[in-house]
Design a protein around this ligand. Structure first.
Ligand code: KG4
Ligand code: ZN
Length: 335
């Protein structure tokens, strides 16, 4: 079965064709990041306009590169939630138009479900159930994936998402948006014990995260040094920050896996590209005999292939929509 996947929830206009939820035939991504960099973050109005300009060409290229036509496609999957509402609406409207014109099923896909599905594209043997740490620019969740379309949230961030925290810390250190990748790179040159940072604990849930205090601690370090006329070793601060975030993410995930008796851990979302997180999780899983899966770096960020992969499983479960489908800015993964 061939699914066309369309993604426009943030600053990537993307489309892909995937066979049977597992085999990528094409994966086209038009990134707007250069444009948003000027403003230090994504400007929603600009994002919507760029999506509207790009989407038609991106979808056409995805079909061409897969060597198929719309007639060969069995379903049109689209990210409908959560995300920037104006950005989502471009993808949803375009997908609705295609579905109406072709009579093919329209498949609404939750963005975080698709990030998880990115793993199916790289790991043929991976099947639910498993425990997944989903960490992106907007979300940080520990999710029990009971089946392809059945989820339970075990833990979540109470404030900033992990990616957001990375980007804000990087920005405070003068790195351009989105600073996560640059911070990750510089961290390799630093000493992770140089700047002890707080490890906030969350009252009431042992699996929840809190990252905003960590971001503030980095900013305070920089300000204090500035006031005293001292030099901050940025590589050391990056390494300390990465070490602390990794410890929090790995700690809670492994604790949840142990309590739930889950032996397979999966990483997903933009921050799953982080080298510290991948190494830290590999070590923790190795020590406990847990299997670990992560998407290849090319599928960690937003893309259409992951939407098509999840769309395949949503279609098998009968989850299709009619022309009443609307974009939703905020929606739990369970709905
Ligand atoms: O999943 P994603 O592409 O978009 C959202 O759904 O939000 O995630 C983007 C986030 C950004 O905050 C970006 O800085 C972060 O993922 N990110 C990283 C790395 N690569 C991307 N954060 C830390 N280390 C990385 N290597
Ligand atoms: Zn994403």
């Amino acid at each position: 079965m061939l699914i066309l996947g369309i993604e426009s929830s943030c600053d990537e206009t993307a489309a892909a064709v995937v066979e049977d939820g597992r085999r990528v035939l094409s994966n086209v991504i038009a990134s707007q990041v250069e444009e948003h960099r000027k403003y230090g973050g994504v400007v929603p109005e600009i994002a919507s306009r760029r999506h509207a300009e790009a989407i038609s060409g991106v979808v056409r290229r995805a079909l061409e590169e897969a060597g198929v036509t719309l007639q060969d496609i069995d379903g049109i999957a689209v990210t409908y939630a959560p995300g920037l509402i104006g950005a989502l609406l471009v993808g949803v409207s375009f997908a609705k138009g295609l579905a109406l014109a072709t009579g093919k099923p329209l498949i609404p896909v939750h963005h975080l479900r698709s990030h998880i599905a990115a793993n199916y594209l790289a790991h043929a043997e991976l099947k639910p159930p498993f425990l997944c740490l989903v960490v992106s620019g907007g979300h940080s969740h520990i999710v029990q994936v009971k089946d392809y379309t059945q989820f339970e949230v075990i833990g979540r961030t109470r404030d900033d998402a992990a990616g957001e925290c990375y980007d804000k810390a990087a920005r405070a250190m003068g790195m351009p948006y989105p600073g996560g990748v640059a911070l990750d790179k510089l961290a390799h040159e630093g000493d992770p014990t140089a700047y002890p940072l707080p490890r906030p604990r969350v009252e009431g849930s042992e699996y929840d995260f809190s990252f905003s205090g960590l971001k503030t601690a980095v900013i305070n370090r920089l300000h204090n040094a500035q006031q005293k006329g001292e030099e901050v070793n940025k590589a050391d601060l990056c390494a300390s920050f990465q070490h602390t975030v990794t410890e929090l993410l790995v700690g809670n995930t492994v604790k949840a896996a142990t309590h739930l008796n889950a032996h397979t851990i999966v990483l997903a979302g933009g921050v799953s590209a982080n080298s510290g997180l991948r190494a830290g999780m590999e070590k923790a899983c190795g020590e406990r005999g847990f299997a670990l899966y992560a998407p290849p770096l090319s599928l960690c960020g937003d893309n259409g292939a992951m939407v098509a992969a999840q769309g395949y499983y949503e279609l098998l479960a009968g989850h299709t929509a009619g022309m009443e489908l609307n974009a939703v800015a905020s929606l739990p993964i369970t709905e």
